[in-house]
Design a protein around this ligand. Structure first.
Ligand code: NAD
Length: 276
């Protein structure tokens, strides 16, 4: 039985609680939250508790690196929602710490388990390398996610978009990036060039009340990659959780390597640097 402490009880934290409740090998040992209905512990008590084996970091992005680091230093396995950190250097330190302490540091990237990504990956395998194109994506942004201090630059808070591109076309570098912001809306445009050849533009718009939407138009060697109907999947947080448990119990691999997580964080950082 693995006993879990959860830090942050918003949408992700509560999805984790539901996924834990469905398993007989996990037990919820405590929750840190400002919301009175679920909060049971203080952070320091939870990470030091001998009754807790793992900490799930489901808080705002700014807090991830510090909370994950403290939990690893206290000897706990850690599952962290993306982004692991708001800098590549902090993420490297966290993986090193996990390695030193012989603990699992698992970073959730559920976008790679989604039905749309599975369908795109299957299509991309047949189409060959990208030549050029655009991945256009829009999302609502309200509350802390619209606050760069808490969420990080949009390339960090929207790291799932970069992760999906690298998953489809392999490692990449940034050719150019631009950011514009008005009172209600932010837009990030970044041109990626893939190590194996070809390029693709990420056009990421977010703003108050914008419905989630995506549009793929990428010309590839053997045809066009277009927006596809998602393939059916299991609930994403529960699937991710299963990988985490198998990593601890059986030494299994995650669905995304530490190296890939770090590569994508360096793209996010490069975009941020170019936009400043
Ligand atoms: P949310 O706004 O629903 O919840 C965030 C929670 O963190 C709130 O309960 C808030 O009270 C708490 N919080 C704020 N500051 C904190 C601090 N310093 N320490 C601890 N808790 C703090 O947000 P969310 O959608 O649950 O997102 C949480 C994390 O999960 C984010 O990093 C996000 O990128 C990641 N994530 C969310 C989803 C999703 O579908 N919601 C998917 C993938 C990743």
């Amino acid at each position: 039985m693995l006993r879990v402490g959860i830090v942050g009880a918003g949408r992700a934290g509560r999805a984790r609680m539901r996924a834990i409740a469905e398993r007989s090998d996990l037990e919820l040992a405590g929750v840190i939250s400002s919301q009175e209905d679920v909060g049971t512990h203080q952070f320091e008590d939870l990470i030091r508790s001998p009754e807790v084996d793992c900490i799930f970091v489901c808080s705002v992005n700014l807090a991830h690196a510090e909370q994950a680091g403290a939990a690893l230093a206290a000897g706990k396995h850690v599952l962290c929602e993306y982004p692991l950190a708001l800098s590549h250097a902090d993420a490297v330190r966290l993986f090193d710490l996990a390695h030193e302490r012989n603990r699992v540091l698992h970073v959730e990237h559920i976008e790679l388990l989604s039905g749309s990504q599975l369908a795109l990956r299957r299509a991309a395998q047949d189409l060959g390398r990208p030549v050029e194109g655009v991945y256009h994506t829009e999302a609502n942004s309200e509350g802390w996610i619209a606050d760069m201090r808490l969420a990080g630059f949009p390339s960090f808070s929207g790291i799932s978009r970069l992760s999906r591109l690298v998953d489809l076309f392999g490692p990449a570098g940034i050719e150019s990036a631009a950011f514009e912001e008005s009172e209600d809306e932010q837009r990030l445009v970044a041109d990626l060039r893939f190590v194996n050849g070809g390029s693709c533009r990420l056009d990421y718009r977010r703003g108050r009340g914008l419905p989630r939407r995506e549009d793929w138009r990428v010309r590839c060697e053997r045809g066009d990659l277009r927006t596809v109907s998602p393939l059916p999947t299991q609930p994403l947080f529960a699937t991710d959780l299963d990988f985490f448990v198998r990593r601890i119990n059986d030494g299994a691999e995650s669905y995304v390597s530490d190296e890939r997580i770090l590569d994508v964080l360096s793209l996010a950082e490069e975009i941020q640097d170019r936009c400043r």
